[in-house]
Design a protein around this ligand. Sequence first.
Ligand SMILES: [Zn+2]
Length: 101
Amino acid sequence: MKMVYTHENLFFVSNVKNLIEAKAIDTFLKNEFSQGAIGEISAFDAWPEVWVIDDSDFDRAVDIVKSLHSSNNMVDWICNNCCETNDPSFETCWNCQSENL
Ligand SMILES: [Zn+2]
């Protein structure tokens, strides 16, 4: 078993887990319920973690996490060419058709 992803926010971790499982990769969540625990567990140790059951799935799972991060640009972006603000769904500037770099 290998850990693929960890984050202090369970929402992100659950999202990653769902995406990986959508590719028919078996995963489990570690520390899912440890947030809010009081005592000897440090905040970092209590971060939820996504693990893959089968090590042979690890590379695929990491690729999913990477693609998630690289496509995670759901915020408005500013055109480098004309400085107009663009919706995240636009790949090119609505004003001057420059690519979102
Ligand atoms: Zn532009």
